[in-house]
Design a protein. Structure first.
Length: 444
């Protein structure tokens, strides 16, 4: 009977996953079906033995989604809702979270979990006892049954929830990244909430019926419509030494199969060093050199790469598979000359650490993103977008309505459901370096 229940549940979940290409709103309406499936699975003996059919079904799905809304392995408690990061109630939710964390501070804070070895399902030691206490204090472990020193399914679900709240791949394994987030003192987290409350309040006005929000430290993009998240997209943002700026603007243009004009900073920091190592780099990547003053094209051999002479010229990469912007560029007016774009380097989207660009923002599932941006622009549905990309021809499209875009820096926020999220202060803008774990005196 249990096997038949498991089979039926997996079949139903497979059908739901297969249909994930439908709109986000339609998908959200199936939530009750998914929750019912979870409840059925939880009652089956095989689940207690560590076989999670939800993980199995999702891991076999070929569907590529750009956010952690449906990342394989997430538990129900860790699933993100359609509530935007900058919802009308976010400030109030942060205030409520501050009260919770202030209470933890008053009780002496949470324990430091020894990070001598990675922890995962099945591990048995006294460290697990400390881990349980740590997860209980932050509200991640609410059902603390089982043997205290055993890393069981309850602890596994709590760890995944914790990882999801901190932007870490929710695999249930406590390694270096999870230990680091877990051992940040509660005082630092409280200060982080206070700092971000100010940021959120500064954006508490009406942001638009339809808008895009890029959260830089989360390396994540939300498209928001009528107060609900339409889609979330994993992003790659600026390196620490080439930071993505905070700004607000409006998306006014989409370039299909764009040229890439190499910025001066990249010419200096990347292109010149690469040419010194490989004289064929420009040719192999279809990058042309133009002397705009004399309106002539140059050969790479005519440039002295041991100097900064290259800064006098324009470098333009042709459209194609190797183009650094991929097949799509999303433009909005700003003084920093940054933009959103596709990328040929899609493997970076699978990492928790996604700070690799030179300031611009790379968008996973960029076609779905652009379909939404061009929703009110006549003649540009998904079929038309696919066709122009397939053709390889350059085409610029003016966006009807100019969709607002907000590039923000939010490292802590909370939702209506009480989920408190934190992200690493990658650009050190929270002013909490002195309170970081390595600078915090040892307890005891």
């Amino acid at each position: 009977m249990a096997k038949e229940t498991m089979k039926n549940t997996k079949s139903g979940l497979t059908e739901i996953v297969t249909n994930l290409k439908m709109s986000r709103r339609k998908f959200l309406s199936t939530g009750s079906q998914i929750l019912a499936g979870f409840a059925t699975v939880a009652s089956a003996p095989a689940f207690a033995q560590g076989v999670n059919p939800i993980d199995e079904v999702l891991s076999q799905s070929p569907v590529e989604w750009g956010d952690r809304f449906d990342t394989p392995g997430q538990t129900v408690a860790a699933v993100r809702t359609a509530e935007p990061t900058l919802s009308p109630s976010t400030a109030t939710n942060i205030e409520n979270a501050m009260q919770i964390y202030y209470g933890i501070v008053q009780r002496g804070g949470w324990p430091i979990v020894p990070d001598d070895a990675a922890l995962s399902l099945g591990h048995k030691s006294e460290v697990v006892v400390i881990l349980r206490d740590r997860l209980s204090m932050s509200g991640d472990l609410t059902q603390n049954d089982g043997v205290r020193d055993v890393f069981d399914s309850y602890v596994d679900a709590a760890v995944r929830r914790f990882q999801s709240r901190h932007g870490i791949q929710p695999d249930g394994v406590i390694g270096k990244e999870t230990f680091a987030a877990m051992n940040v003192p509660v005082e630092v987290r409280l200060r982080q909430l206070e700092t971000n409350l100010v940021r959120v309040r500064s954006m508490s006005g009406f942001l638009g019926q339809r808008y895009v929000m890029v959260n830089i430290p989360a390396a994540e993009i939300e498209t928001v419509e009528d107060g609900l998240v339409h889609s979330r997209h994993t992003a790659v943002v600026g390196k620490i030494d080439r930071q993505t700026p905070v700004l607000k603007s409006k998306i006014h243009e989409i370039n299909f199969n764009p040229y890439w004009h190499v910025p001066e900073s990249i010419i200096r920091k990347d292109l010149i060093p690469k040419m010194l190592k490989d004289p064929n780099y420009l040719r192999d990547n279809k990058i042309h050199i133009r002397d705009l003053r004399n309106n002539i094209e140059l050969d790479a051999s005519q440039v002295d790469w041991t100097t900064n002479e290259a800064l006098n010229y324009q470098f333009r990469q042709e459209p194609g598979a190797k183009n650094s912007m991929g097949s799509i560029k999303i433009n909005f007016h700003n003084k920093y000359s940054v933009y959103l774009h596709d990328t040929p380097s899609k493997t970076l989207f699978g990492n928790s650490y996604r700070f690799h660009s030179s300031g611009c923002v790379r968008v996973q599932n960029v076609r779905e993103f652009v379909v939404w941006v061009l929703e009110d622009t006549p003649g540009w549905d998904r079929f038309a977008i696919d066709e122009v990309i397939k053709s390889g021809e350059r085409e610029d499209v003016q966006v009807k309505g100019n969709v607002p875009i907000y590039m923000t820096y939010i490292t802590a926020w909370a939702t209506n459901e009480g989920m408190i999220h934190f992200r690493e202060d990658i650009y050190d803008r929270d002013g909490l370096t002195a309170m970081s774990p390595e600078n915090t005196p040892a307890q005891g």
